[in-house]
Design a protein around this ligand. Structure first.
Ligand SMILES: Cc1cc2nc3c(=O)[nH]c(=O)nc-3n(C[C@H](O)[C@H](O)[C@H](O)COP(=O)(O)O)c2cc1C
Length: 366
């Protein structure tokens, strides 16, 4: 019998060969002046084209959106040209690939902005670290965005989505997760604005829907996914409070109004079962609330992944770390083969080491 993870699925017109999704992962290999995607990256993604769908690493939508060294952008002509070699490589292997649209907001550092402050909904320091060209540095209190600047960011998301389609991507994923800009708007711990972007749940969620509405003018919503991490706590400057889950309930319910490619949710990244305001079971809570295709992520194994689909709690499973050291992950699931372990020291280092040198099963056997 075919494993649940290995059954094909159709996202509107897009036919995926299996439900093993490659989660977006920053690998910091665009180590050149313009943060242009490289040939090395094309090799890396080509090796992983057996995934039902690859979601690319976060790609900054503007110069202002960056927060980590050597991450690729999607705002310049050169970057669009660079990404083309990646989408072509994945398509040549019969794979599908979405680009993740990223604005880090306050999870950045003045070193990326000629000494100017990073931007965010409010001037509240996430008290975390930023990975700058000179190594890890403490984050600072950002500068609160003006309304015209927020409107510009919405346009930047739209332009970046259009660029992604021009670069040959099958769709885009809006990164509204993991403590980055859109998540900073959702959370009342990072958003204390008193205008239409702060205060009520509707106001704190507003920017996401403006981004989707703007993107929709240039890319059909059937090619747009949204990523959320509702129970994120103590990581990337995020802190749960009594507003958190009602806010995500509102967002998920309202995403039903759009015919999205999918909603991509993460289970809690750490143990939140004893915390008062956390939802420890994300798929179980949101599956009944969301009408479209659901991807679930974080900490899944082959066994757990098959189970969550069989139980009807998700349609697809995104695997992050397992894809780093196992380029042919679906093939390994098919064969019930052992998984290779990744080298954490090379997650973000430039070059081929720990990036494109993990062998496939076929290469190991040969
Ligand atoms: C090296 C690395 C880089 C990551 N970069 C991103 C990213 O760019 N965008 C994103 O949404 N999540 C990112 N994540 C989170 C993963 O998408 C995923 O949520 C996480 O690894 C948990 O899934 P897993 O247990 O299957 O690895 C990253 C994770 C790792 C390990």
């Amino acid at each position: 019998m075919t494993q649940a993870l290995l059954k094909p699925i159709t996202l509107h017109d897009l036919e995926l060969n299996n439900r093993v999704i490659m989660a977006p992962m920053t690998r910091s290999r665009a180590n050149n002046e313009g943060n242009v995607p490289t040939e090395l990256m094309a090799t890396y993604y080509r090796q992983r084209a057996g995934a039902g769908l690859i979601i690319s690493e976060g790609s900054q939508i503007s110069k202002q959106a960056v927060g980590y060294v050597n991450t690729p952008g999607i705002y310049s002509k050169e970057q669009v040209e660079g990404w083309k070699q990646i989408t072509e490589a994945v398509h040549e292997e019969g794979g599908k690939i979405f680009l993740q649209l990223w604005h880090v907001g306050r999870m950045s550092h003045p070193d990326f902005h000629d000494g100017e402050l990073p931007v965010a909904p409010s001037a509240i320091n996430p008290n975390d670290k930023s990975f700058t060209p000179q190594g890890f540095k403490d984050t600072v209190a950002p500068r609160a965005l003006t309304i015209p600047e927020i409107k510009q960011i919405v346009q930047d998301f739209k332009n970046a989505a259009q660029n992604a389609i021009e670069a040959g991507f099958d769709g885009v994923e809006i990164h509204a997760s993991n403590g980055y800009l859109l998540h900073q708007f959702f959370a009342s711990t990072s958003n204390t604005r008193t205008d239409v972007y702060g205060g009520s749940i509707e106001n704190r969620a507003r920017i996401l829907f403006e981004v989707i509405d703007a993107i929709k003018e240039v890319v059909a919503t059937e090619k747009v996914g949204v990523r959320l991490n509702p129970s994120l706590n103590g990581i990337f400057g995020m802190t749960l409070n009594e507003d958190t889950i009602p806010t995500f309930d509102y967002i998920v319910e309202n995403l039903n109004k759009y015919d999205l490619a999918y909603l991509h949710l993460s289970e809690p990244f750490n143990d939140v079962s004893d915390l008062p305001h956390a939802e420890p079971h994300i798929a179980k809570r949101y599956r009944p609330m969301y009408n479209g295709n659901l991807i679930i992520n974080a900490g899944f194994t082959q066994e757990k992944g098959n189970k969550v689909i069989e139980a009807g709690d998700a349609d697809m499973v995104a695997f992050g770390v397992p894809f780093i050291a196992n380029p042919d992950l679906p093939e390994r699931f098919e064969q019930d083969a052992e998984l290779q372990q990744p080298d954490k020291d090379t997650f973000y280092t430039p070059g081929a080491k720990g990036y494109i040198d993990y062998p496939s099963l076929a290469e190991v056997e040969a």
